[in-house]
Design a protein around this ligand. Sequence first.
Ligand code: FAD
Length: 289
Amino acid sequence: MKWFDYAAPSSLDDALGLMAAHPGALLLAGGTDLLVQMRAGRKQTDFVVDVKRIAELNALRYDPAQGLTLGAAVPCYRIYRDTTVARAYPALAEVASLIGGTQIQGRASIGGNLCNAAPSADSVPLLIALGATCRIAAASGTREVAVEDFCTAPGRNVLQSGELLVSLHLPPPKPHSGARYLRFIPRNEMDIAVAGAGVEVVLENGAFRLARIALAAVAPTPLFVREAGEALTGKAVTEVNIAAAAEIARAAAKPITDMRGTEDYRRHLCAVLTRRALETAVQRAREEK
Ligand SMILES: Cc1cc2nc3c(=O)[nH]c(=O)nc-3n(C[C@H](O)[C@H](O)[C@H](O)COP(=O)(O)OP(=O)(O)OC[C@H]3O[C@@H](n4cnc5c(N)ncnc54)[C@H](O)[C@@H]3O)c2cc1C
């Protein structure tokens, strides 16, 4: 591994100042993607800025009226160990406990999972389904971007030079809503998704008031299939309607064939995972108090 300088600022202003002074600097949260990529020579830098000591990036705040503020560097274990957060967003707690294993979850953040912009990132379809937004900071100010617009290509995102992700914001859980992320991997754990589906539904009088569906690992970026969710709006909660939405998700996928699975297999998985995720989300919405 090439030598690099390292700084761990404790304020956002200091981090932004360091990034301005070192335009090629790379940011480190848990390092579970970054350090692997640097060791493999896929990323190189002379300067690493560790963002874990910055208060705003470590915020984990839930307010029933405002929703959840999830600092970009909060490690996964803090999400599923926080009973208030896990009760309000059970699907988010599940996804946090799905990423890697216990050791990885002690370091890895949802912010890093998003910024790494892998098409297979497990948390991103769920964040999209839950309507999450990103708070991005630069020396010139802050801006908000919807998670569905954040990833632009494999390993690329909307962040410009000098910008960093401060936090994610999730709206408060809506009444009679449920969410779920499901992925398929050939092993029980510690593997990259062959395909994944994240959904949220809101029910009203036995019908879908709203549904959002997003897919992992079947396109160059995590894929928001807006039309699959919209196809459910106003429709009765039936097997037929759920299967039709799953079919739209299948058709929207643009997978490749690689060592993990063929294009056809991945499309098939999109339909199966979307249907199953919708079924569980509906069940959760019905049980929700
Ligand atoms: C053994 C193992 C198992 C894994 N299993 C899974 C899995 O099951 N599912 C899955 O999705 N992933 C998995 N991963 C990948 C990785 O753990 C996740 O993507 C993790 O969430 C990354 O978070 P991090 O905090 O470690 O990010 P880092 O490695 O610190 O950063 C990731 C990228 O984001 C950038 N970055 C970090 N923070 C910011 C910020 N605040 N603003 C702007 N850019 C930033 C970094 O520069 C880097 O490019 C696994 C990795 C390993 C090593």
